[in-house]
Design a binder for this molecule. Structure first.
Ligand code: ZN
Length: 149
């Protein structure tokens, strides 16, 4: 590098663009180091003033960004699953009770049918001939009659 640093090179140095040649020259040349310090002074003061102003301000509570769609959907799904589980807990005993009632009703109907069949089978004579049965005296032990009704 020939000569001192140009204004562009000093500005680049202040902006953080550090070329190897400029660094070497600044280490050797007190004039350029002083120029760099003088050029950077306003930035330093601006930075100090900005930090002081920021420290004096009350913190601003920025509004929270709305929950992303995925999170909202996950929350919705979680509530849906919880509601479904609760509904199942309520519905299952009701369903079981109904099934039990239906089984009882079927058993009762089966019993009635069986009773009916037994009545039909145990008849000593077909229904149209039953009035005749009453006319005939059977030799049965006392306390029992010929017809079951
Ligand atoms: Zn120089």
């Amino acid at each position: 590098m020939s000569g001192h640093l140009s204004q562009v090179e000093i500005s680049e140095w202040l902006a953080g663009i550090r070329a190897g040649g400029a660094e070497r020259h600044l280490a050797e040349c007190a004039g350029c180091a002083a120029e760099l310090e003088r050029a950077g002074e306003p930035f330093e003061r601006f930075g100090t003033a900005t930090r002081a102003w920021c420290a004096s301000q009350t913190p601003v509570l920025w509004p929270q960004p709305a929950a992303p769609m995925a999170r909202r959907w996950r929350r919705f799904t979680t509530w849906g699953v919880a509601l479904a589980a609760a509904a199942l807990l309520v519905a299952a005993p009701v369903y079981q009770h109904r099934e039990h009632q239906r089984a009882l009703e079927m058993a009762r109907q089966d019993e009635l049918l069986l009773e009916h069949v037994q009545t039909e089978v145990s008849r000593s004579a077909p229904e149209p001939m039953q009035p005749l049965e009453k006319l005939v005296a059977w030799n049965l032990p006392s306390g029992q009659s010929g017809s079951s009704q």
